[in-house]
Design a protein around this ligand. Structure first.
Ligand code: KG4
Ligand code: ZN
Length: 338
């Protein structure tokens, strides 16, 4: 008998639901993005996020079931993101999942959002990738893990300051672009020279992998505005080399991600690298990671872009493994922001 898992994700600014069969076959994946609601504030406003999740969660779940051609009674289990994320947002998903599981008399499992991002990179590939190295680069995280199995992931190191997506979003703001900034910076960078600016690069001092992006962001800020903190940011049309800045910034950040990931994979003796999270959509990162990994005999696996950013297919997919391992939660299942 195959197992149908309904996944629910509401940790940040996407309300998502998905039905996945046996942890791999994605029957539906519905995502309602709140990006336009937060754009005018330049970042996610927790109160707006929580209220929007509450309004969207039921229609999003119904749409996911309908697209999968399934009914509530066909479900084997419900998987929900319990951590990390915004508490008011997480609670919407967790309480919905518990209420549904209780009313259907089926198990509910709690899923770690970052572990699910790692798992997403494996769902569309036939090969069994474990053990492998995983790089998760999103708006809130830039970390490298040793992934022993879907349910056993060990943190090796990560950013000392800004996350990669956060650095993209801040540079987008400096360049007068909208939010979320990653795709906009990347688009602008296509027309620029990635070697035009000399930007600082951080080198980890220890064996453990580490990133630092705040120096890079500050260098971009000083280049655009000068070092006088009192001065306002120039208007976009007053920055003549915007495309070169975007390209040089993107190249410097991608170089850091690729260097650190491959250095760690070689040190750990791992021949496969999974890359996941919103920044894994970035085309320069995808291209450079794949070509430089291949030169070392390493395979780099990326999810397709729809499964890089927040989605519930990854929650249902990993949730299946929790269910199969008997890691069922009780009705005291709770959300944890960290
Ligand atoms: O994984 P995600 O959807 O949400 C979090 O869990 O944070 O990642 C969102 C982040 C944002 O910072 C966004 O700017 C970045 O991913 N992002 C990109 C691209 N697409 C999304 N960054 C660089 N290049 C892209 N193409
Ligand atoms: Zn995420």
């Amino acid at each position: 008998m195959s197992a149908l898992v309904l996944g629910i994700e509401s940790s940040c600014d996407e309300t998502a639901a998905s039905v996945v069969c046996d942890g791999r076959e994605i029957l539906s994946s519905v995502v309602h993005s709140q990006a336009s609601m937060h754009a005018q504030y330049g970042g996610v406003v927790p109160e707006i996020a929580g209220r929007s999740h509450l309004a969207q969660i039921t229609p999003v779940i119904e749409a996911a079931l309908q697209q999968a051609g399934a009914g509530f009674r066909d479900l084997t289990c419900i998987a929900v993101t319990t951590r990390p994320g915004l508490i008011g947002s997480l609670l919407v998903g967790v309480n919905t999942a518990k209420a549904l599981a209780w009313s259907l008399s089926i198990p509910v499992v709690g899923v770690h959002h970052i572990e699910a991002h790692v798992y997403a990179a494996t769902m569309e590939h036939a090969e069994y990738p474990w053990p492998c190295l995983a790089l998760v680069v999103s708006g809130g995280h830039s970390s490298i893990y040793r992934a022993h199995s879907p349910l056993r992931i060990e943190l090796l190191g990560g950013t000392l300051d800004d996350a990669a997506g956060e650095a993209f979003d801040k540079v987008a703001h400096i360049l007068g672009l909208g939010y979320p900034g990653g795709p906009l910076v990347s688009k602008l960078a296509e027309g620029g020279n990635p070697r035009a600016l000399r930007l600082p690069s951080y080198r980890a001092r220890d064996e453990a992998p580490a990133f630092s992006f705040s120096g890079l962001k500050t260098a971009v800020l000083y280049h655009v505005r000068g070092q006088n903190m009192a001065r306002a940011l120039p208007r976009p049309e007053e920055i003549p080399d915007r495309a070169d800045i975007a390209a040089s910034f993107e190249q410097a950040l991608v170089d850091a991600l690729v260097n650190e990931t491959l250095r760690t994979a070689l040190r750990e003796g791992l021949s496969r690298v999974l890359v996941a999270g919103g920044v894994a959509c970035n085309r320069r990162l995808r291209h450079e990671m794949q070509s430089r990994a291949a030169a070392h005999g390493i395979t780099a696996l990326f999810p397709s872009p729809a499964y890089c950013t927040d989605n519930a297919a990854m929650i249902a997919g990993l949730g299946y493994h929790h269910w199969r391992a008997g890691q069922h939660a009780g009705l005291d299942l709770d959300a944890a922001p960290r």
